[in-house]
Design a protein around this ligand. Structure first.
Ligand code: SAH
Length: 227
């Protein structure tokens, strides 16, 4: 995977990508994702750099794909739905739990002031870092660690997104969410279907709403011992 720093972008590929991205943005509009900032953030990130090699020419098909360490990159329309629901204002400090390929973080970097992203696999974090460097995304900071603890040294956060399934959102994450903050997480049985939950913090407490049924790989406490 070292050639992610040398995207084999010839003219034909660039044209194909342009068509695929235009089609993707149209699909988002049909799903009522119309915020120009969100659409521009997606337009700015070439998803082909984040998917497995064999899937590069089909990067925008609406499906999750396997990545290293037995993990997966979420389907593009799900990433878009989560990004839109996160409603990231320009000055926001965002925390992502589950860097994976880095795609969600790269999109968020186009909306937030700074993105902090944690994964328990060093391999994934290193590959994601390489992609961020290739795309000159300088407002993302990564950590190899246990995201269930949040990132106390950089708290508080305006937005938190958990991209791995959990039976219950770790308390540490709510503690690191600013007033008026939004947290999104897939909550439910880790081997089955989860509810994508949106939590909004205000003066009275936490308000929750259900966004969709989803399937994510599990949130596993602790740093990975291998990989
Ligand atoms: N957001 C990613 C997809 C994430 S897949 C993307 O855009 O590609 C879920 C990720 O959560 C996996 O990479 C997995 O390693 C990670 N993960 C699971 N438990 C974790 C934990 N406790 N702390 C940090 N990351 C975790």
């Amino acid at each position: 995977m070292t050639d992610i720093t040398e995207p084999p972008f010839n003219q034909a590929e660039i044209e194909r990508d342009r068509t695929a991205v235009a089609d993707f943005l149209l699909r988002l509009r049909r799903k009522r994702i119309t915020d120009p900032r969100v659409l521009a953030a997606f337009e700015a990130v070439p998803r082909r750099l984040f998917v497995p090699h064999s899937a590069r020419d089909n990067a925008y098909l609406d499906r999750a794909l396997p990545i290293e360490c037995g993990q997966s990159i979420s389907a593009p329309e799900l990433v878009a739905m989560m990004t839109a629901a996160l409603d990231v204002p320009p000055g926001a400090q965002v925390l992502e739990i589950g860097t994976g390929s880095g795609y969600q973080a790269a999109v968020l970097a186009g909306l937030a002031q700074h993105v902090y992203t944690i994964d328990r696999f060093r391999t994934l974090v290193e590959l994601a870092e390489l992609r961020f460097r290739t795309l000159k995304l300088h407002n993302i900071t990564t950590l190899v660690g246990d995201g269930t603890l949040g990132w106390p040294a950089n708290a508080m956060f305006d937005r938190i997104v958990v991209t791995a399934a959990t039976e219950a959102v770790p308390e540490a994450l709510f503690r690191q969410l600013r007033p008026k903050g939004i947290l999104i997480a897939p909550v439910g049985p880790v081997e089955g279907v989860q509810k994508l939950m949106r939590y909004l913090r205000d003066e009275k407490g936490i308000h929750e709403s259900v966004l969709a049924d989803v399937r994510f790989v599990p949130l596993i406490p602790g740093k990975a011992e291998r990989l």
